[in-house]
Design a protein around this ligand. Structure first.
Ligand code: ATP
Ligand code: MG
Length: 439
């Protein structure tokens, strides 16, 4: 992509409305534009990152055996009357009346909708276990939308729903998602730690929030320092026993958010206990027959008798992750994208656009990267060198390749790693090998 043909409305100054670094950098890097409070348009740079995150989340859900569907954003109120949540949900729910005076709502989540799909079609235990997920926009009329897309009113969520015959099956489904989340966040370049979360009136130990550590996080978290040294599971198709072992290992260390942290009963020594702030990027939850019972989702069990299915739900804040990754990975100059989600892998800087030799060398290099299917943003504009470097640092592409009059004569390209800051003078071939070969 040529920058001269791209749509990248960057800002030089910090926008006043942004209180935290990710919001500031997203606005400055031309990623989003506010439409109204907590509602945003995604501009090309932001959209590319959002799609990359979505792709990784999807791949890991698929790999875990969940099946993708797509449920609508608008739902009939009657489904929520069945579960009792139409009245309980309160003002966060955006309620809409259609032209026939039918009550509708913009879905804040999809338990009712997916339970309705399940009960209409699944009648036998033989079709279990089942896990259905979708990646769809949600609306919650948050009292205080803030921090840009981190706490929006409209936001993109991956939500999966598992259906099992009994608690044992549901627990394996839960563990399976737990492990899929560890893999997902690792691929996104994040250290996400699972915290025991409030299970509400249903009780039990099966609810975890996944938290990314960042100074601007909304909640304070306490955890045993060794939690961050655990290896992320990598294999496919773990057995139920293996899944349980992994979950046991990850949950054997103390980890709790402030609302669950109890200094009196925390047996971690002061030297091992770390307290940081964190951002919730995922939440998994086993809730048993809460919806299946209220909505009559039952299947015939092996003995022919009806069994109300046991369910869980598993959310990931896809759009929140864009901000979460920036919070976890930036410096004073701008964003530092992990390669897996970067909008482009390489930023190519022409130090002297208009100079025949520089233009020709850049065109050649640009063409070769594209041929090798490396995603590259080529700054072919007439800006000053300093401005070009600052813009590249701001938008945070993992690699910068710079070609200027001096390098052209020597046949050299300067390659900079955005994350380490390390710069290398390389021949064109060596630069290509480095940029094509990686990732
Ligand atoms: P929070 O405690 O942050 O309000 P929640 O517990 O209400 O979130 P869940 O219902 O668990 O959220 O939703 C699953 C995921 O969706 C969350 O882990 C979070 O990453 C994301 N999410 C929730 N609310 C928002 C929001 N207003 N804006 C962006 N992402 C959100
Ligand atoms: Mg939550």
């Amino acid at each position: 992509m040529r920058l001269s043909r791209f749509f990248l409305p960057t800002l030089k100054e910090d926008p006043k409305e942004a209180q935290i670094v990710s919001h500031r950098l997203m606005l400055r890097a031309g990623m989003i534009q506010q439409s109204s409070a907590g509602i945003y348009s995604w501009l090309p740079m932001g959209f590319r990152v959002l799609k990359n995150i979505e792709r990784i989340v999807r791949e890991e859900q698929d790999r875990a055996g969940a099946l993708e569907i797509l449920m609508p954003t608008l739902q009939p109120a009657d489904l929520w009357r069945e579960s009792g949540r139409y009245d309980d949900y309160g003002k966060e729910m955006l309620r809409i009346t259609d032209r026939h005076e039918r009550d509708m709502l913009y879905g804040p989540t999809n338990e009712e909708q997916v339970t309705d799909i399940f009960r209409s079609h699944v009648k036998s235990y033989k079709n279990l276990p089942l896990n259905l997920y979708h990646i769809q926009w949600k609306f919650r009329d948050e009292v205080r939308p803030r921090f840009g897309i981190m706490r929006g009113r409209e936001f993109l969520m991956k939500d999966a729903y598992s259906f099992d015959l009994d608690y044992g099956g549901a627990k394996t489904a839960y563990n399976n998602m737990f492990v899929a989340y560890l893999k997902t966040f690792a691929r996104l370049g994040l250290k996400a730690i699972p915290l025991r979360a409030e299970t509400g009136p249903i009780g039990g130990d099966l609810s975890h929030e996944f938290i990314v550590l960042a100074d601007t996080g909304e909640s304070e978290v306490f955890y045993h320092k060794d939690l961050l040294t655990l290896e992320t599971p990598e294999k496919d198709n773990y057995s139920a026993t293996e899944l349980q072992e992994i979950v046991d290992q990850w949950t054997s260390y103390y980890a709790a958010a402030d609302d669950m942290h109890d200094p009196e009963n925390c047996d971690v020594s002061a030297g091992d206990l770390v307290s940081r702030r964190g951002i919730e990027v995922g939440h998994i939850f086993h809730f048993g027959d809460k919806y299946s019972k209220a909505m009559g989702a039952a299947v015939a069990g092996p003995d022919g008798k009806d069994v109300t299915v046991s369910m869980g739900s598993y959310g990931i804040g896809v759009s929140r992750l864009v901000g979460g990754i920036i919070e976890a990975s930036h410096d004073d100059d701008g964003i530092i994208w992990p390669e897996s989600v970067a909008p482009f892998k390489v930023g190519l800087i022409n130090l002297k656009s208009g100079d025949d030799a520089c233009d020709a060398a850049c065109e050649d290099f640009y063409g070769k990267l594209k041929t090798a299917t490396v995603e590259v943003l080529y700054d072919d504009t007439a800006g000053r060198a300093g401005e070009k470097f600052a813009k590249m640092d701001l938008i945070g592409l993992p690699w910068q390749a710079t070609i200027g009059p001096r390098g052209v004569k020597a046949g050299m390209v300067e390659v900079k790693n955005r994350s380490t800051g390390e710069k290398q003078e390389l021949s064109v071939d060596a630069a290509l090998e480095l940029l094509v070969g990686r990732g």
